[in-house]
Design a protein around this ligand. Sequence first.
Ligand code: SF4
Length: 243
Amino acid sequence: MKKGYVVRFLKVSDIAQQHWCHQFSIYRAVEDEKMVKGAVKQLKSYPNNKVKIDHRDTKYKYLPKHKLRELTGISKNQGEVRAHVDIDKNIVYLPTPGDIFETGEMEQHLFAERYPTVKTFFVWGKYAVLACPDGISDDFCYEFKSTSNPFLYFYVKHVALSQVHIYSYFYKKPKIRAQIRIRSTEEIKTIKGRRDNTRVAEALDTMDKLLRGKIKPIPPAAWKCGKCEYRKKCPVRGKKTGK
Ligand code: SF4
């Protein structure tokens, strides 16, 4: 990664990842920038730069993984196929249970509350921020996440809350609603409350400073690095154990 690299196109979820690990959120933002830039360009061709999405009447069907690959045109070595949305028929095809690892995306289709949402982007300073909450109601934005156990719930919660507060800030909603499913206990925790502008300002400011190299990434707890996809190239890993 170039030193002092400034990303101009960001996803809300990448900003929120700073609550998992500062360096992780930088890697993700850099990696996602091309895709986000393309999505922003595409959104500009829609009225008011917005696409409305409403899966409330969507049906869910299971298909074997190889059938999903045929539907999406994704070959074996291009990674996992998690779901295919057939917009015309209003059907989401999911991999047959047992055919694929349980994923956040699948969990979302199966367990998240259903609201309409809007995909759009917001200009914030020098950045275009791509946003698509898991749901939008009259007075809150909604975010759903899935985690494997109660220990990780504690950490995932911070990411989910940061994300949903940022959504509510951009979409001008006074409240937030987040749900996190803990797979080992099959429990769904619900967190709701009023939007916290201070928290949003801090998260946006920190992300800006991290991307411009104005602050050094704080190393996370060492166990987070153990399974991190960036551990081989990460300069922050192992420097010091954070919380
Ligand atoms: S290896 Fe550790 S410090 Fe580096 S990005 Fe991953 S979690 Fe963060």
